[in-house]
Design a protein around this ligand. Structure first.
Ligand SMILES: [Fe+2]
Ligand SMILES: [Fe+2]
Length: 225
């Protein structure tokens, strides 16, 4: 019964990524480069450099690949901690399996960099750092195992959705730039991210959330903090 819903979600996440990666977005919102007569802020030099840097789709593609390369490397370090903190064996297995996939995502990104003649290089992905920091707060919490597992799944699904959005965009950029082999590699990773998200959905719905719901409310406890 879940399968048609999952298929829809997968399709809509692909479409969503394609809409956001549409070249129309770029033709409509081109920002003018400031001239010397305009008011300057202390960082305006950096800003102008950035506008120049992102003048072609290829530079944006490289920028996004660097963000992803850093994000995946952050995850290679974070996933073992999430596996260790999970109480459900199924959840531990899911994280261990996704860790192996994540290592191959790093390898694929290196091949993608190679196709455009760029050295694999990361650029700190602040979004992934924030998602991991927020997730690590849950790992430190005291409480019922199933409730904490449910919280770990929420954190992990936020990570997967970030990756799905990013890979959908870079896959589309690779297609537009005629980098067919890279588009294929990025699509394979996108499929694995979507699968990982579905595995987490299923674990939450079938095991973790029902167990968390069974936890009795402590006497005199308030849900407000
Ligand atoms: Fe990944
Ligand atoms: Fe992932």
């Amino acid at each position: 019964m879940l399968e048609p819903l999952m298929a829809n979600l997968k399709e809509s996440s692909k479409k969503h990524a394609q809409i956001h990666a549409s070249p129309r977005c770029f033709s409509r919102s081109r920002r003018p480069v400031r001239t010397g007569s305009q008011k300057t802020k202390p960082n305006s030099g950096i800003e102008r450099e950035r506008i120049m840097k992102l003048e072609t789709l290829k530079t944006l593609y490289i920028d996004e690949l660097r963000d992803l390369y850093n994000a995946e490397n952050q995850l290679v370090k974070a996933l073992p901690k999430m596996a260790k903190a999970a109480s459900s064996e199924e959840l531990q297995d899911a994280f261990e399996k996704h860790l192996e996939q994540t290592k191959s995502h790093v390898d694929r990104l290196e091949e993608v960099f190679e196709e455009i003649g760029e050295k694999p290089k990361g650029k700190t992905c602040k979004a992934m750092k924030g998602l991991i920091d927020e997730g690590s707060e849950i790992l430190k919490e005291d409480g019922e195992e199933s409730v904490i597992d449910a919280g770990i799944i929420v954190a992990a699904q936020k990570v997967e959705h970030y990756e799905i959005a990013s890979y959908g965009s870079v896959r589309t950029f690779a297609q537009l730039l005629g980098k067919d082999r890279s588009a294929d590699l990025l699509q394979r990773t996108l499929d694995e991210e979507s699968e990982a998200n579905e595995v987490l959905n299923k674990l939450a719905e079938d095991i973790v959330n029902p167990e968390a719901l069974m936890e009795p409310e402590p006497v005199g406890a308030s849900s407000e903090r």
